[in-house]
Ligand binder design. Structure first.
Ligand SMILES: NC(=O)C1=CN([C@@H]2O[C@H](COP(=O)(O)OP(=O)(O)OC[C@H]3O[C@@H](n4cnc5c(N)ncnc54)[C@H](OP(=O)(O)O)[C@@H]3O)[C@@H](O)[C@H]2O)C=CC1
Ligand SMILES: O=C(O)[C@@H]1CCC=N1
Length: 268
């Protein structure tokens, strides 16, 4: 089964979503429309994915889409776009990926009764990993939106109160991992390994440690206990980690991301 999608805002996140949905054959290029203000972007999306891409909204195609994907930034004029969607009296399920903007804000801006779903999608769409946080609005139909949402990652239905923290913790999640990877690989190079060796080893350890956590179901303190022998190497490294701002740094970063999500929604 495929669905017809009309995306408004054809930036990085919409591209990542459409790429995965196309690969998983939930959408077809000829039944997918993207409107973006940038001519360059529109040409790029058409040339690379074969989708129908244009710089202005095609009302007829908007009305016939089964899913409308609202993909602009909180700083963009999402209110005007939402009003246009409302005025077009679409019967589609409208899925917003705009960080911070609430279902009530969307419903108010649409000035009519629309079936909104608010999601915060994960950027790991090409991998099959990563949770999208999803809150269904009052009129949203779960069975209509779910196959599309599952085509670009795992889906976690959550109350709307959790969406901002989900954005800062789950969706920005890969950012924290990339930072850890950089810090670790630089440590490898600092201690004398080549960049190539350091990168390969760190990637293997990241994947292996994640798999081991999953396989054993053990708390990481237990796994650390196994890796740290008495008076040995690991516990000396552990002492330095404990004495540093490592844990608080990550925790403060997550809290800052959550706070910024809420601020962006309020600005809108
Ligand atoms: N990137 C990410 O990791 C994630 C992003 N999100 C959310 O996804 C949304 C998009 O983010 P992202 O893809 O990174 O941003 P981008 O800047 O890459 O994409 C936004 C696109 O929308 C275009 N645009 C702006 N105004 C309009 C308009 N009125 N009509 C049509 N197109 C318009 C922009 O064009 P121009 O640049 O020329 O203004 C740009 O191409 C945001 O709301 C963000 O919160 C959610 C989860 C993760
Ligand atoms: O940085 C951003 O604004 C987007 C929203 C969540 C993750 N990335």
């Amino acid at each position: 089964m495929t669905v017809t999608v009309y995306a408004i805002g054809g930036g990085q996140m919409v591209e990542a979503i459409l790429r995965a949905a196309l690969r998983n054959k939930i959408i077809e290029p000829e039944a997918t429309v993207v409107t973006d203000v940038s001519e360059k972007r529109v040409n790029y999306l058409h040339e690379n994915y074969g989708v129908d891409a244009q710089t202005t909204i095609n009302e007829k195609k908007l009305k016939s889409a089964e899913i409308v994907l609202l993909g602009v930034r909180p700083q963009d004029d999402w209110e005007k776009i939402t009003a246009q969607i409302g005025a077009a009296e679409v019967s589609a399920q409208v899925i917003s990926i705009i960080a911070g903007v609430t279902l009530t804000q969307l419903q108010t801006a649409s000035n009519t009764e629309i079936a909104f779903t608010r999601i915060i999608p994960n950027t790991l769409t090409d991998t099959g990993y990563g949770y999208s946080g999803v809150t269904l609005g009052e009129r949203a139909e779960r069975e209509l939106v779910t196959p599309f949402l599952e085509s670009f990652g795992k889906v976690d239905f959550i109350p709307e109160e959790q969406i901002d923290l989900y954005t800062g913790y789950a969706v920005c999640g890969p950012n924290y991992v990339y930072n850890f990877y950089i810090a670790l690989t630089n440590a490898g190079v600092l201690s004398g390994l080549s960049r190539k060796q350091a990168n390969a080893i760190a990637l293997e350890n990241l994947k292996g440690a994640a798999k081991f956590l999953e396989l054993t179901g053990k708390h990481p303190y237990e796994l650390l206990d196994i890796n740290n022998s008495a008076g040995g190497v690991g516990i000396n490294a552990q002492h330095e980690i404990d004495a540093s701002g490592f844990a608080a740094g990550i925790q403060n970063a997550v809290l800052a991301a959550v706070q910024r999500t809420t601020e962006l929604g309020k600005k809108g």
